[in-house]
Design a protein around this ligand. Structure first.
Ligand code: GDP
Ligand code: IMO
Ligand code: MG
Length: 432
């Protein structure tokens, strides 16, 4: 019996929410381990859509324990709002179904202000962040000045840490960006109410998860963003500020690596990206516009149009290596229906050099590369009702087989529509 990590293999929005919701049926504990409310995970059950930014995508299943791990940065106002929405739907009866690590760092108003100010004042390169304060919150964690949930819950510690931070952040905001300073007292009052709302949910999640593992319970780790938005392994600096690769499931929850047996990489049948940064297979033509429209590629957090392009196997191969992916979940295959000729990028070329396994780290080199494509015949049949692989047209199966061959890793599922039911299950990752 395995514990399973779910990660995105591209630049996010691969359909992690859908797959986590589906696999949550077989899990006992579902844990987020990094990122914050920059994530937007969409779940569709019986036609009803739910978008989650912080709470794990297992919350729609009764009787499962959902955990927000220490590696997540938590904006309390967003979390409380999400909790209230779920509570109104009868999905969050008490504090036994959702726990937040007392070590998780808290997003403060100055984090959001700094994030937005940097992006709009043109200091350094524009990243196209979600503006949610994610980067500045992680900066404070690394600088050892961040405020954790356990600090927020302790009035003496909170007052002192807030005061020290406000002094520094106000200096930065007013002197560098000529912005209005933040009001310490107002923030203190606002966050005091958040502290009381969150107190029942705060816990030593590492210990709780270990006890569940010892009882033989199954853990599902839910990644946010994607492997190429990873702070170390992504297209730096056009990345997010956390490690999105599978190894961080352990650091971000306090569970040892020997407790993870399976890693499922979510791979969209084409590629999308929100925000700035290199994207070699991007299509700025009719086909790109078609993918965007048919795939409804709008950011689930910011509503921005997602950039679209062909499937890029260099991205997928690197993700498989760095995250130790043992199975691929292919999503949004239905969006390719009706495109006559499909392209898969198998490598990049710059002069005489070819890159097939790794994305060049130097963006100047990457931006000089051109994608090498293989062309496959498309299909026109509607595939959304397919329940097993045999229901798919021959050309659809060929696309899947080619992808598997180029990846060197087999499929665990193929998703042919947004609904939980619109899925072809091939292998059970919990079987280990
Ligand atoms: P996440 O961030 O990885 O959880 O992905 P998002 O929720 O941001 O974006 C994925 C979008 O695709 C959502 O609107 C999903 O409802 C939708 N989706 C997921 N799987 C499929 C699929 O197989 N086909 C189609 N057409 N839509 C899908
Ligand atoms: P999910 O979990 C897609 C992108 C932003 C920006 C960069 C840095 O839904 O897949 P940040 O606010 O994190 O500092 O922004 O990362 N980004 C995402 N793109 N899906 C996400 O999450 C993302 N989270 C951050 O657009 O380019
Ligand atoms: Mg998303």
């Amino acid at each position: 019996m395995a514990n399973v990590v779910i990660v995105g293999t591209q630049w996010g929005d691969e359909g992690k929410g859908k797959v986590v919701d589906l696999y949550a049926q077989s899990a006992d504990v579902i844990a987020r381990f990094q990122g914050g409310n920059n994530a937007g995970h969409t779940l569709v059950v019986g036609g009803k859509q739910t978008i989650l930014h912080l709470i794990p995508s297992g919350i729609l299943h009764a009787g499962k324990l959902c955990i927000i791990g220490n590696g997540v940065v938590v904006d309390p106002s967003v979390l409380i709002e999400e909790m209230n929405t779920l509570r109104n739907r009868g999905l969050l009866p008490d504090s036994t179904r959702l726990l937040v690590s007392e070590k998780a760092h808290i997003i403060m108003p100055y984090h959001r202000r700094i994030d937005v100010a940097r992006e709009s004042h043109g200091v350094g390169k524009k990243i196209g962040t979600t503006g949610r304060g994610i980067g500045p919150a992680y900066e404070d964690k690394i600088a050892r000045v961040g405020i954790r949930l356990c600090d927020l819950l302790d009035d003496v510690v909170f007052r002192e840490k807030l005061s020290r931070n406000i002094e520094e952040k106000n200096f930065y905001l007013t002197k560098l960006f000529a912005e209005e300073p933040l009001d310490e007292k107002a923030i203190y009052e606002e966050y005091r109410t958040y502290a009381e709302a969150l107190r029942p949910y705060a816990a030593d999640c590492s210990l709780i998860m270990q006890r569940e593992i010892d009882k033989g319970k199954r853990i599902l780790f839910e990644g946010a963003q994607g492997n190429h938005l990873d702070i170390d392994h992504g297209t730096f600096p056009y990345v997010t500020s956390s490690n999105t690769v599978a190894a961080n499931a352990c650091c971000g929850t306090g569970v040892g690596p020997s407790s993870v047996q399976s890693v499922v990489g979510i791979c969209k049948a084409y590629t999308t990206r929100v925000g700035e940064g290199p994207f070699l297979t991007e299509l700025k033509d009719e086909t790109g516009a078609r993918l965007q429209q048919v795939g409804q590629e709008f950011g689930a957090t910011t509503g921005r149009k997602r950039r679209c392009g062909w499937l890029d196997m260099v991205l997928i191969r690197q993700a498989i290596r760095v995250s130790g992916i043992t199975g691929i979940a292919l999503t949004k295959l239905d969006v390719l229906t009706g495109i006559e000729k499909l392209k898969i990028c198998t490598g990049y070329r710059m002069d005489q050099e070819e890159f097939t396994e790794s994305v060049p780290a130097n963006l100047r080199i990457l931006n000089c590369c051109r994608p090498l494509y293989e062309e496959l015949d498309g299909w026109s049949e509607d595939i959304r009702g397919a329940k097993q692989i045999e229901d798919l047209p021959a050309n659809t199966r060929r696309y899947i087989e080619r992808l598997e061959a180029l990846a060197g890793v087999g499929m665990v599922l193929v998703s042919v529509g947004p609904d939980r039911d619109e899925t072809i299950i091939l292998n059970d990752p919990f079987a280990g």
